[in-house]
Design a protein around this ligand. Structure first.
Ligand code: ZN
Length: 254
């Protein structure tokens, strides 16, 4: 059985996130900082990124939330800190096309890029309430992934990326969301992206077995995705939880 290690690489720390945007109809008025994470999946000669981070902090702070970024948090420095040269990244799986998941693709010039067809279609014509997440031209912005069409494979549904790495279409937070399930020595870890922004979303609270993000298009899809997540994984990794800063690698070495 082929196994991999998963490195959560912290690209930005964004302050002042409204928690009710992460936990649908709950936690109004609570605000928390949120890391933006680039995931490196390493093993068996493969160097795979899941998401490629956000814009530089000074731009992100104008367009979105106030963000901090030390030089070591730039994408090229992050992958080097995990022992990989940017040119040796062979694959980037973009979970969805929100701004904090699909910048920096020019820094990984040899990577094949995978995006769900359904996500690209929605990104081109999203609801007005979602324009800012996609940095849509309606706001005078340029969507960062469009410059890389020559390297993008648009996929339609679940696929096996390589032995031990499965990609699942999991609509929820975004209609064309894809999540990545990675075989490790400690079972299957699911990189759940913004379907599960916080550990709290997966752990649930009160009557809620799991809690959706407030940013979504279809709750039927979202709850079906929760059931699929339970089926295909042993552990679920959130996207924007400050607790991720406590981990250098998954499975964690204690
Ligand atoms: Zn998102």
């Amino acid at each position: 059985m082929k196994t991999y290690e998963i490195y959560p690489l912290i690209n930005l720390i964004c302050d002042d996130n409204e928690m009710s945007a992460q936990t649908y109809l709950q936690n109004f008025g609570k605000r928390n900082p949120a890391p933006v994470v680039i995931w490196l999946v390493k093993g068996n000669g493969r160097n795979i990124l899941v998401d490629s981070g956000g814009s530089e902090a000074k731009i992100a702070s104008v367009q979105h939330h106030p963000c901090e970024q030390k030089p070591e948090m730039l994408p090229e420095n992050l992958v080097r800190s995990a022992g990989v040269e940017p040119a040796d990244i062979d694959t980037v799986v973009i979970t969805h096309l929100h701004w904090d998941h699909c910048y920096n693709l020019e820094k990984f010039p040899n990577a094949n890029i995978y995006i769900q067809k359904r996500e690209a279609e929605f990104a081109i014509n999203p609801y007005p309430t979602h324009w800012r997440f996609y940095e849509h031209p309606k706001l005078g912005l340029e969507m960062p992934w469009l410059k890389h069409l020559n390297r993008i494979t648009f996929v339609d549904g679940d696929f096996t990326l390589c032995e031990g790495v499965e990609v699942y279409l999991m609509p929820g937070h975004a209609p064309g969301m894809q999540n990545v399930a990675v075989q490790t020595t400690d079972g299957i870890y699911l990189i759940a992206s913004d379907n599960i922004p916080l550990y709290l979303n997966w752990e649930g609270a009160d009557i809620h077995r799991h809690i959706p993000s407030a940013i979504h298009c279809n709750l039927d899809d979202y709850y079906a995705t929760f059931r699929k997540m339970e089926k295909v994984s042993d552990h679920v990794l959130p996207s924007h939880d400050m607790k991720l800063l406590d981990f250098k690698v998954f499975p964690s070495k204690k």
